[in-house]
Design a protein around this ligand. Structure first.
Ligand SMILES: Nc1nc2c(ncn2[C@@H]2O[C@H](COP(=O)(O)OP(=O)(O)O)[C@@H](O)[C@H]2O)c(=O)[nH]1
Ligand SMILES: [Mg+2]
Length: 256
């Protein structure tokens, strides 16, 4: 029976990628929360050798979730963007059809995973985005300064790029496999919020349908944010560079 239940677990079509750096206070709970959802999701944690032992905590739990909880360890802190690229490639080498981005810190509610999944699986989107700004501003516990920065950064990106998305820096996302397969992941250049913008821009320019699903984003209650001034300015200046480049090298359209 155990064998049978393992087989069932191993057959999930969905992989949730969680990048981690010093998330020891959150990692066990977030794993548990994802595995408590009604739909079976698999998890890949991409840890950058967190000094607090996040990876060891994941390893401990792998025995409880054989075949469903995966861990990739990288040598050192190399940024969220490259952690996701690593995770996407890992997922594409396997059978997953729906590939998710999610933070470890409960800012993204695991209950919304199924809503993102449905937007792709039943409503035909190539990419769905857990959006803070599609209906008003759905952010809880951030300082007013950070809400304003994030909100106006999103507006700014929309203005420069013309991308029809309200939350352009969102990091709660579901992709259909063929979308990530089509995008040239080796050409993604940015690391922080700019990485999130760049991917959305390329997916949109390639002609895929993107759906925003309204979610409530809650600031972390445990652990520390890794957001920094340099990540923010990468986004602000990166958008201009990205737009400029797009005039010279056209992004290929996907043909189904
Ligand atoms: N692997 C990896 N994960 C990272 C890195 N920087 C941030 N993260 C993770 O990415 C997620 C979002 O980071 P967070 O600090 O919460 O950013 P914020 O939500 O913008 O304040 C969390 O799960 C972090 O642990 C990194 O350099 N490498
Ligand atoms: Mg966070």
């Amino acid at each position: 029976m155990l064998f049978l239940s393992n087989l069932i677990v191993q057959m999930s079509d969905s992989l949730v990628i969680i990048p981690t750096y010093n998330e020891i206070e959150n990692i066990a709970d977030i794993i548990q929360a994802v595995f408590s959802q009604e739909k079976d999701f698999h998890i890949l944690v991409v840890d950058d050798n967190s000094p607090d032992g996040t990876a060891a905590e994941v390893e401990k739990r792998q025995k409880t979730y054989p075949g469903a909880l995966h861990l990739e360890r990288r040598a050192g802190k190399s940024g969220l963007g490259t952690a996701y690229i690593h995770g996407f490639k890992w997922a594409l080498e396997r059978h997953y059809d729906f590939i998710f981005e999610m933070d470890a810190d409960f800012s993204h509610d695991p209950k919304d995973l199924i809503r993102l999944y449905n937007a792709c699986a039943t409503q035909g989107a190539g990419m769905s985005i857990g959006s803070r700004y599609s209906i008003g501003v759905n952010v809880v516990n951030w300082s007013m300064k950070r809400v304003l920065m994030s909100y106006f950064a999103s507006k700014y990106v929309r203005l420069i790029t013309r991308i029809p998305i309200h939350d352009t820096t969102a990091g709660f996302v579901c992709y259909r496999r063929h979308v990530l397969d089509f995008i040239d992941l080796d050409k993604i250049r940015f690391v922080g919020y700019a990485f999130q913008i760049e991917l959305k821009f390329k997916v949109w320019k390639s002609g895929f349908d993107i759906k925003e699903v309204s979610v409530i984003f809650t600031d972390r209650s445990k652990g520390k944010s890794k957001m920094s001034g340099s990540i923010f300015s990468e986004a602000i200046f990166g958008v201009i560079t990205m737009k400029w480049r797009s005039f010279f090298s056209k992004i290929k359209k996907y043909e189904a």
